[in-house]
Design a protein around this ligand. Structure first.
Ligand code: SF4
Length: 123
């Protein structure tokens, strides 16, 4: 018998994910302002979700800069997110798909063009 242990990003319902596709983590706005994603505030969650990205989506150094996280539509470097991440270099962004803080110079199998996200008002 083979037992496989998978690391699933926080709050993911795998059955639903397979059916609907991976949910995108958008910043929620409330009366108090914007809510920071858990992975930007909790090191363990961030590391867990990063391990998932490495294992399941081959997250690692980009071979082609044009398909790097920094150019990806899920890479959020809006001023609000940079405050959450406490990093304003632009080299670190929050991956709204895989829910961890990734490096602009890296990439993964889920890359989609159209990024980065530089404002909370985006589609
Ligand atoms: S989905 Fe995009 S931003 Fe997220 S790790 Fe992959 S390439 Fe980077």
């Amino acid at each position: 018998m083979k037992i496989e242990i998978k690391l699933i990003p926080d709050g993911l319902d795998l059955a639903k994910e397979i059916q609907d596709g991976m949910p995108v983590d958008r910043m929620e706005e409330s009366e108090e302002g914007f809510t920071c994603p858990i992975a930007t505030q909790d090191v363990e969650t961030n590391e867990e979700n990063q391990r998932y990205a490495i294992k399941e989506d081959q997250y690692g150094p980009a071979i082609n800069p044009e398909t790097s996280c920094g150019e990806c539509r899920y890479f959020n470097i809006s001023p609000e997110m940079q405050q959450c991440m406490k990093d304003e270099s632009g080299e670190v962004g929050y991956c709204q798909l895989l829910k961890f803080m990734c490096s602009a110079a890296n990439s993964c199998a889920e890359f989609e063009e159209g990024g980065p996200i530089t404002s909370v008002d985006y589609e």
